[in-house]
Design a protein around this ligand. Structure first.
Ligand code: NAD
Length: 330
């Protein structure tokens, strides 16, 4: 019989890629989101536009015993959205409500396994002050001290999924994603993250111009290409290990280093100007020891390869927008 999957947050960046992958594997897929994906037509067999904060909608969506459920829906964005403090109440309320609703509806349908996407933002701030030696080993999570309410909600929800495992015999799986990037992700408007923002700035700046980078640019991060994120997600859901486990890259780079990489990819000469802006922690890198040990797999693609693909896609999007405006003006 054809296998079935439910992807919550299917109109989003990672959810959109996950739907494509599940379709390639032959699944019947239902997606649900507040919106369709802005960049690519969905490949889901059924796509429900609905608000997962609404219990009645969630009950309708979870109307069968799906073989696989992926819960990726969340109110989220890049540093400009998460760290200003202005969106804290929405971020916590919206995402927690979604998780409470989806998990409980799955439990009531006797669905055993739900994948939940937590985030590296739940790691304690004090372990991420040294840009050269951030500690993001899974067992460093406690005593907890995330640097954002977004991180606190993730921590709460991780615990929620694992509590259902203990108390209701579910087999939920929890991953902590570290900065996922790639084509068909938000690249403008304020919710975009560093790799996409950098590609946009470089692609739009003239030869010999300059781009602005938030902070002193010495803060470090690692970035994982979306295809590898999807691979890790599927492997974890189908494995015997409940997590939480990091799904991220161990290739750490400074933000200025990332900007230079994109400038190099663009073949332009350009200056970097470091300006004040929202930052997040000083250093963050994935620690892949546990995923290697438990799944016998970890991401291996180079950052450069993924950035080349992302830059080409964003350049194409800018061109498309430009052509559209010119057509409208005529
Ligand atoms: P995204 O914002 O592109 O996707 C999330 C989707 O959830 C959006 O399409 C949004 O419309 C949907 N959504 C929000 N509220 C909803 C609601 N009430 N009802 C229905 N749908 C709703 O984000 P993404 O980058 O694809 O991330 C997917 C998941 O992975 C999120 O849970 C995110 O917190 C987590 N994560 C992502 C990253 C990353 O770097 N992208 C890093 C760590 C964790």
């Amino acid at each position: 019989m054809q296998k079935t999957a439910l992807v919550c947050g299917a109109g989003g960046f990672i959810g959109g890629h996950l739907v494509k992958r599940l379709k390639r594997e032959g699944f019947w897929v239902r997606g649900v989101d507040l919106k369709f994906n802005e960049y690519a037509e969905t490949e889901a067999d059924d796509f429900v536009i609905g608000d997962l904060r609404d219990q009645l909608i969630v009950r309708d969506v979870v109307d069968r015993r799906f073989d696989e459920v992926y819960q990726l829906a969340a109110d989220m964005g890049g540093v400009g959205y998460i760290f200003t403090g202005e969106n804290d109440a929405d971020i916590m309320h919206n995402s927690a409500t979604i998780n409470l609703n989806v998990l409980d509806a799955c439990h009531k349908r006797n669905i055993k396994r739900v994948f939940y996407s937590s985030s590296a933002c739940m790691y304690p701030e004090h372990n991420q002050l040294d840009p050269d030696n951030p500690n993001c080993a899974e067992d460093s999570a406690y005593p907890a001290n995330p640097d954002s309410e977004y991180g606190w909600e993730k921590l709460f929800s991780e615990r929620l999924y694992l509590a259902y495992n203990r108390n209701y015999g579910m087999q939920n799986r929890v991953a902590r994603y570290h900065n996922i990037f790639g084509p068909e992700g938000t690249w403008q408007g304020g919710k975009e993250k560093a790799p996409a923002a950098m590609c946009r700035k470089v692609a739009m700046a003239p030869e010999g111009g300059k781009i602005e980078v938030w902070g002193d640019g010495l803060q470090t991060r690692s970035f994982l290409y979306v295809d590898e994120c999807v691979e890790g997600t599927i492997r974890l859901l189908r494995s015997d290990f409940e997590g939480p486990v990091n799904i991220g890259s161990e290739e750490m780079i400074t933000i200025n280093g990332l900007a230079k990489m994109v400038i190099d990819i663009s073949n332009k000469t350009m200056e970097i100007e470091n300006i004040p802006g929202p930052l997040g922690v000083r250093g963050r890198n994935s620690d892949n020891r546990l995923i290697k040990q438990k799944l016998g797999w970890s991401p291996s693609q180079s950052l450069r390869e993924g950035m080349e693909q992302t830059f080409a896609w964003i350049q194409g999007e800018i061109q498309r927008q430009h052509n559209h405006r010119s057509d409208a003006a005529e």
